[in-house]
Design a protein around this ligand. Structure first.
Ligand SMILES: [Zn+2]
Length: 308
């Protein structure tokens, strides 16, 4: 049975390495909030490859997610999950934004995507007993798709980080380490690649923001979040109509916060607990030439967010 109230989702949109998982975990400290991680990945690969949940169990052994999936898939065709993946490919990418931009309709299949998404979200609410879901999938296309579903009440937190810090973070390679939540090797990404993608994704979130209207979107800079979590939690709390004051003070005092059942996202979610630390190491360590390349390409975007 579908509940009569629309399901509340706080969607964290933006580019990777911008503190989205950290914010997801922080918001998940509130009693009424389910910090769920990058929900888009649950059906795309986490369930299929039985990857780790932030609780430390593999997803199929995690009591929360196995109950959610059981409830979601009950009374449906066993092929639902793979069919749903196909619908996600179609409706959660950037092309959806382009379609809507040019006034094209989403087509008949969107109804199936909307129905199964709403059922999944409601299974998550029922199984957790919470009232708000944090979805840190980041993708602006998915945010746009969710916003078109009448049974979902969407609020978007646009998380931005200085692109030079993002580029520096992505220049570092990591070896595969499945036990610590890293499912595949991470190769270094060039500054040029990051500059282009960082701009496109943030511009797409801004386009989405204009479509949804100012009361549905809040922009948060990673740097402000880590330097003044009390103020940012107050702001987000007002936006989501939740009292987040206690969480803000805990973060300011450097108290570690424990992850819940976040799927995918930054591997820090596997640490058992995380504390807020400001990572500005790029300022000292990123070679000046690379910083300059980024500024040449994206100076206007950096200025837009107050970084230059
Ligand atoms: Zn779990």
């Amino acid at each position: 049975m579908m509940p009569s109230q629309p399901a509340r989702i706080a969607y964290i949109a933006g580019y990777g390495r911008s503190g989205t998982t950290l914010l997801d975990i922080a918001l998940g400290q509130h009693d009424a909030v389910l910090g769920a991680g990058e929900i888009t990945s649950l059906t795309r690969h986490v369930w299929r490859h039985n990857e780790y949940c932030a609780c430390g169990n593999r997803i199929r052994d995690c009591r929360f997610w196995s109950t959610v999936c059981q409830e979601w898939l009950a009374n449906s065709d066993p092929t639902l999950m793979s069919e749903y993946c196909g619908l996600q490919e179609k409706f959660e990418g950037l092309p959806v934004l382009a379609r809507m931009f040019s006034g094209l309709s989403l087509g008949k299949q969107f109804a199936a995507y909307a129905l199964h998404t709403e059922r999944l979200v409601n299974a998550m609410l029922t199984c957790s007993g919470k009232q708000v879901i944090v979805d840190s999938s980041k993708l602006p296309g998915r945010a746009m798709a969710l916003a078109q579903i009448p049974g979902i009440d969407m609020r978007v937190i646009h998380m931005v980080r200085d692109g030079r810090g993002v580029a520096w973070s992505l220049l570092k390679p990591y070896a595969r380490d499945a036990n610590s939540g890293l499912q595949k090797e991470i190769r270094p990404k060039s500054v040029l690649r990051t500059a282009l993608r960082w701009s496109i994704v943030n511009l797409a979130v801004e386009y989405l923001s204009r479509q949804l209207g100012p009361d549905k979107v809040l922009r948060v800079r990673y740097e402000d979040f880590v330097s003044d979590p009390v103020a940012i939690m107050r702001q987000i709390g007002a936006f989501l109509e939740l009292d987040l004051q206690q969480i803000g003070s805990s973060l300011r005092n450097g108290e570690p916060v424990g992850p819940g059942h976040q799927v995918a996202g930054n591997r820090l979610r596997m640490n058992g607990s995380v504390a807020l630390t400001r990572d500005e190491s790029w300022r000292a360590r990123m070679p000046a030439g690379q910083q300059l390349s980024f500024e040449r390409l994206c100076g206007w975007m950096l200025r837009r967010y107050g970084y230059l």
